[in-house]
Design a protein around this ligand. Sequence first.
Ligand SMILES: [Fe+2]
Length: 136
Amino acid sequence: MAYVWDKSMTTGVPRIDAQHQELIQKLNGLLAAMKVRKGQEELVNLIGFLGEYVTKHFSDEEAEMERRKCPFAVTNKLAHQQFLRKFQSFKKRFETEGSTPSLILEVQKELGDWVVQHIKQIDTKLAVVVNEPVAT
Ligand SMILES: [Fe+2]
């Protein structure tokens, strides 16, 4: 089943919420493409786009949390690093194994489910500090 962004994932920063929606769409797209066993080249491209997008989004979100002095900034950064390590290992495995059922399951659990939980548990902490004045 596809992942859906809902209000429980609101961070209070519209730009970050839009990025999360895009990220969820990209994950859905990759999973769907893996399930129908699209060609290796297309999948490698999708994984590449997803990786680039995630990296850009993470650094943007980390900067936002730091700027707003969010008490979860460090926790968030560490979680992002953990995700990127998982993503790299997935990417490597995909290059040798292709779309195997176990790898699809791994993407679902380790990447998709992880992202949804992470947004709900950590990124939403941004909402707590979002209305506080930001030092410029
Ligand atoms: Fe995050």
